[in-house]
Design a protein around this ligand. Structure first.
Ligand code: BES
Ligand code: ZN
Ligand code: MN
Length: 510
C-alpha cells in the first residue's frame, strides 16, 4: 500500500554547496549559449553550464537535464539537474514567479528516487520554488497495488537563500511554510479530484470535507437529502434524485475575528460523477467526468487554507454535492423544478431541457443560500461547460461576473500563473434562456457561447449588491494530456491559488 503524499521536507540554507544527492539549478537560454542562475557560486557557474551544454541543454522552459557535478567546482552534490527558465530577463528585470514555479515543478517530476536535493532556484523566488517542487513531485498512488511506483518522490529539498541575517532567515522560513501549506491545499484538491467516483460519493465527499474542515477549526454543517427536500433545494434534489447515493450540501465557515473583515462566499460544483443523466453523455471520455467536482474540491481546500494561513477575511464555503445518474427516479428533460427560494433571488422555476446541464442547477441553489448571508463578494467555480474549452483551451479558466470584480479576479489569476481570462455576458444571450412553461430554461437552443450562457444563467441567482466572479475550469481542473511544469496527469487543483490570491487581496485592500 502507498503512503499518502506529503511533499518534500523543506529547509532553508545559505550554502549552495551543502551536501545533497543533487543540486538543482536554473538554466537561461541566450545568444551566447546557456547560463546558470546567479545563486550558483560563481566558480561553479561556468563548469556547470559547460557540462549541461555538452549534453544538449538549451535552457528552454520545460527542459530538465542531469549531469555529474563538475569535479573541482566545490559542490556538495554528486549530480546537477539543470531546469530551463527560457531567455534570461533583461538587466533589471526579474524572472516571473510562474517561470520559477514551473521550472521547480519540472525538477520535482525529474527527481523521483532522489532522497535529498539542494536548489538555487529559490534565490529567484522562494515561495514559487516551494510550490513548484511540492506540486511537481505530487503523486496519487492510493489505488495502485501491483503497479505502485518503485521510486519514492523527492524526499527533502534545501532552499538556498541569499538572505543574510537571522531575522531575514526567519522571514524566509515563514515564506516557505506559507508556500508549503498553499501547495498542500492544491494537493488536497487534486486528491479529491483523483479519488474515483465509486469511492467519492456525495456522502463520502461530505464526510471528508466535514472531517478536514473540523480539523482546521472551521464551523461545519452537512445537510442531507431530507433537509434539502424539506427546504426547497430543488436543483440539488432534482439532479441528485437519479442516483441511489443521495446528495448533500456542505457549509464550511471561517471567522477571522478581524474587526470589519470582508465576507467572501465561495461556491463550488460538486458533481461526484456526471453521466449526463437521462440526457446521457457518449461513452468516449465519460470517465473524465470523475473530475466534475473539481470546483467543490478547490473551494473546500481554499477555505481550509484561509484558516491555516489566518487570513484577515471571513470565508463561507457552500458546496452542493450530487451524482448525476440516469435511472427511473432521475429527472427528465421537460421536468420543471424550483430553485432554492431563499431570501435573495430564489424560487425561480426552471424547465430542465437537458439533464446534462446539471451544474448550474445545483450551483443556483447554493448561490442563493450563500447570498442569504449577505457576503461582500461571491466566487463560484465549476467544471461547468465543454464550451469553456472550445473558447479558451484546456489551461485557461473563463472568468465572468460583475465587471470590476471579474477583472480583479482575472488579473490576480494571471499574476498567479493560473491565467484566468475575463469573458463578457453579451446581453442577447439572456432571452435564449426563456422557457415555454417556467421562469427559466436550463439550456439555450443556441449552442454558441455556451460558457457565457451558463454564466448568464447563474447571474439570475446573485443577490443585488454582491460583487461576483464565476470561474469555469472545465478544462483547467483536470489534465488529460501529458504532464507539464508542476502539473501532472489528472486533478490540477486549479483554481485554488487564484482564490487564495483573491482572498489575500481582499484582506489587504478590502
Ligand atoms: N460537466 C460538464 C462540463 C464538462 C465537459 C466539464 C467536459 C469538463 C469536461 C457539464 O455538466 C456539462 O455536461 N455541460 C454541458 C452543457 C450543455 C448541455 C449545455 C456541455 O458542456 O456539453
Ligand atoms: Zn457536469
Ligand atoms: Mn453535465
Amino acid at each position: 500500500m502507498s503512503t499518502p503524499f506529503t511533499g518534500p521536507e523543506f529547509s532553508v540554507t545559505h550554502d549552495p554547496a551543502a551536501p545533497a544527492d543533487a543540486l538543482v539549478v536554473g538554466v537561461f537560454s541566450g545568444d551566447a549559449g546557456i547560463t546558470v542562475d546567479a545563486g550558483v557560486p560563481e566558480a561553479a557557474r561556468g563548469p556547470i553550464a559547460a557540462a549541461l551544454a555538452v549534453v544538449g541543454a538549451k535552457g528552454k522552459a520545460g527542459e530538465a537535464v542531469r549531469v555529474p557535478a563538475p569535479a573541482g567546482a566545490g559542490l556538495g552534490a554528486a549530480t546537477v539537474l539543470g531546469v530551463g527558465l527560457g531567455a534570461a530577463p533583461a538587466d533589471g528585470d526579474r524572472v516571473t514567479a510562474e517561470t520559477v514555479r514551473r521550472a521547480a515543478g519540472v525538477a520535482g517530476r525529474a527527481l523521483d528516487g532522489v532522497a535529498t536535493a539542494v536548489t538555487t532556484l529559490s534565490t529567484l523566488d522562494l515561495a514559487a520554488t516551494v510550490e513548484g517542487a511540492y506540486l511537481g513531485s505530487y503523486r496519487f498512488a492510493e489505488f495502485r497495488n501491483t503497479s505502485a511506483p518503485k521510486e519514492a518522490p523527492l524526499g527533502a529539498l534545501a532552499l538556498v537563500t541569499t538572505a543574510g541575517s537571522e531575522a531575514v532567515s526567519e522571514e524566509a522560513r515563514d515564506t516557505v511554510e506559507q508556500a508549503r501549506r498553499t501547495a498542500a491545499a492544491v494537493a488536497l484538491a487534486r486528491d479529491f479530484v483523483n479519488t474515483p467516483p465509486n469511492v467519492l460519493s456525495p456522502v463520502e465527499f461530505a464526510d471528508r470535507a466535514q472531517r478536514l474542515g473540523a480539523e482546521a477549526g472551521l464551523q461545519v454543517e452537512v445537510f442531507d437529502e431530507k433537509y434539502l427536500a424539506d427546504n426547497g433545494y430543488g436543483g440539488i434534489v432534482g439532479v441528485g434524485q437519479g442516483s441511489s447515493r443521495p446528495p448533500r450540501l456542505v457549509r464550511l465557515r471561517r471567522v477571522s475575528g478581524v474587526d470589519g473583515a470582508k465576507h467572501v462566499a465561495l461556491v463550488g460544483k460538486g458533481i461526484t460523477f456526471d453521466t449526463g443523466g437521462i440526457s446521457i453523455k457518449p461513452a468516449a471520455g465519460m470517465e473524465q467526468m470523475t473530475s466534475d467536482m473539481g470546483g467543490a474540491a478547490a473551494v473546500i481546500a481554499t477555505v481550509i487554507l484561509a484558516a491555516q494561513l489566518n487570513l484577515g477575511v471571513d470565508v463561507t464555503a457552500t458546496v452542493p454535492m450530487a451524482e448525476n445518474m440516469p435511472s427511473d427516479t432521475a429527472q427528465r428533460p421537460g421536468d420543471v423544478l424550483t430553485q432554492y427560494p431563499g431570501a435573495g433571488k430564489g424560487g425561480i422555476t426552471v424547465e430542465v431541457i437537458n439533464t446534462d446541464a446539471e451544474g448550474r442547477l445545483i450551483l443556483a441553489d447554493a448561490m442563493v443560500r450563500a447570498c442569504e448571508d449577505g457576503p461582500d463578494y461571491l466566487i463560484d467555480t465549476a467544471t461547468l461547460t465543454g464550451a469553456q474549452m472550445v473558447a479558451l483551451g484546456t489551461r485557461t479558466p473563463g472568468v465572468m461576473g460583475t465587471d470590476d470584480f471579474r477583472d480583479r479576479v482575472a488579473a490576480l489569476s494571471q499574476a498567479e500563473g493560473e491565467n484566468g481570462w475575463a469573458m463578457p455576458f453579451p446581453e442577447e444571450l439572456r432571452a435564449d434562456l426563456n422557457s415555454r412553461v417556467a421562469d427559466l430554461a436550463n439550456v439555450s437552443p443556441n449552442r454558441w457561447g455556451g460558457m457565457l450562457t451558463a454564466g448568464v444563467y447563474l447571474k439570475e441567482f446573485v443577490a443585488d449588491g454582491v460583487q461576483w466572479a464565476h470561474i469555469d475550469v472545465a478544462g483547467p481542473a483536470f489534465n488529460t494530456g501529458a504532464p507539464w511544469g508542476y502539473i501532472g496527469k489528472g486533478g490540477t487543483g486549479v483554481p485554488v491559488r487564484t482564490m487564495l490570491a483573491v482572498l489575500r487581496d481582499i484582506a489587504q485592500r478590502g
